[in-house]
Design a protein around this ligand. Structure first.
Ligand code: FES
Ligand SMILES: [Fe+2]
Length: 344
């Protein structure tokens, strides 16, 4: 089940260039291309003549030419010409999707185009700010997108999945504060005067105890922004003094491809030492950290497929992920009943 009246990230801006890009989102095959004015267009990837994938065709200026019999389609999905005849048959068109490029991500609206509201797109300004540096990538992951959102929102896996980098036992001792909004869910875990996560401790050159934090905002259906970091204990980082600490913004767009696969577009962004190659190299380990999430989630997915419907028990530390699932479930249900349901 997917929320349709919602923005999803379809790709990094550089994924869409001169070549046609085929990408499935929420089980819908879509072809992306750039028109001559540089705008991104997205069309249903199925020709209305005999169902050949348009992505197997050719990009001709502002149009796609189907690779089977040469029908042409413009950015709106309208068929503009048919070889060997003068008239375009009535109704010859394919679906087009609303697209917005913002913060170097290509956002696609999967529902009713009339309800596509650009103001619902969350602001990830650090992805294209000259004052921030990013380490970023794209993973194709073989698991359900909600299970993958779970692992991002659940910090208690860190000491077990990322013991040498993000894992610190304080995440198990300190309970997070979760705040429910109408359209989002926020979580904050402050860990004062405790063992900081090894990766942030190293980057911030912390000796001994640190003050560390993990804050996230989940915007349904599938984007999460994090403010995470650590500082030397007692130096006022929780009050905003970052002289003795570092803070990074991790950004995750987790776009369902099918029920059992997803696209993960992610970035680690920082506003300190932005031109320092050594810092970039040090923080580059974040890629390995995120691949550890991929490995455990893909393994979990294989078991869930092997044992469909097998009962699982909840424990107290699951409450942020359960609240996130409840929020998305409510929006999907409202949409199913024809009500609100719109989300960024
Ligand atoms: S299938 Fe596309 S032109 Fe025939
Ligand atoms: Fe993780």
């Amino acid at each position: 089940m997917y929320l349709k009246n919602a923005w999803y990230v379809a790709g990094w801006a550089h994924h869409v260039g001169n070549d046609l890009l085929a990408r499935t989102i929420c089980d819908e095959p879509i072809v992306f291309f750039r028109t001559e004015d540089g705008a991104v267009a997205a069309l249903e990837d199925r020709c209305c003549h005999r169902s050949a994938p348009l992505s197997a065709g050719r990009h001709k200026g502002d149009e796609i030419e189907c690779g089977y019999h040469g029908l042409r389609f413009d950015r709106t999905g309208q068929c503009t010409s048919v070889p060997s005849q003068d008239l375009v048959p009535p109704g010859a068109c394919v679906r087009s999707y609303p697209i917005v490029e913002k913060n170097r991500w290509v956002w696609i609206w999967m529902g009713d185009p009339a309800r596509a509201d650009e103001s619902l797109i969350p602001d990830y300004f650090w992805l294209d700010s000259p004052h921030w540096a990013t380490i970023e990538d794209y993973f194709h992951v073989n698991c359900n997108y909600q299970a993958y959102i779970d692992i991002q929102l659940d910090q208690t896996h860190s000491p077990y999945v990322h013991p040498d980098t993000l894992g610190n036992a304080a995440k198990l001792r300190v309970k997070p504060t979760v705040t429910r909004g109408d359209r989002d869910l926020r979580c904050e875990r402050l860990m004062p005067n405790d063992e900081p996560p090894p990766l942030w401790a190293k980057a911030a050159k912390i000796e001994g105890k640190g003050d560390s934090w993990n804050r996230w905002v989940y915007t349904p259906p599938a984007t999460i922004m994090f403010d995470v970091g650590a500082a030397q204990a007692g130096t006022g980082a929780f009050e905003g003094n970052m002289e003795f600490g570092i803070s990074v913004h991790n950004s995750h767009a987790i776009t369902p491809e099918t029920d059992g696969t997803l696209h993960h577009f992610w970035a680690n962004a920082r506003d300190f030492e932005i031109d320092d190659a050594e810092t970039t190299a040090k923080l580059g380990i974040i890629r390995k950290v995120f691949l550890e999430d991929v490995a455990i989630c893909e393994a979990q997915h294989r078991r869930r497929v092997q044992f469909p419907g097998a009962p699982e028990i909840d424990v107290a530390m699951d409450h942020p992920t359960i609240q996130a699932r409840n929020l998305l479930a409510r929006l999907i249900e409202e949409e199913r009943q024809g009500g609100g349901g719109s989300a960024g």
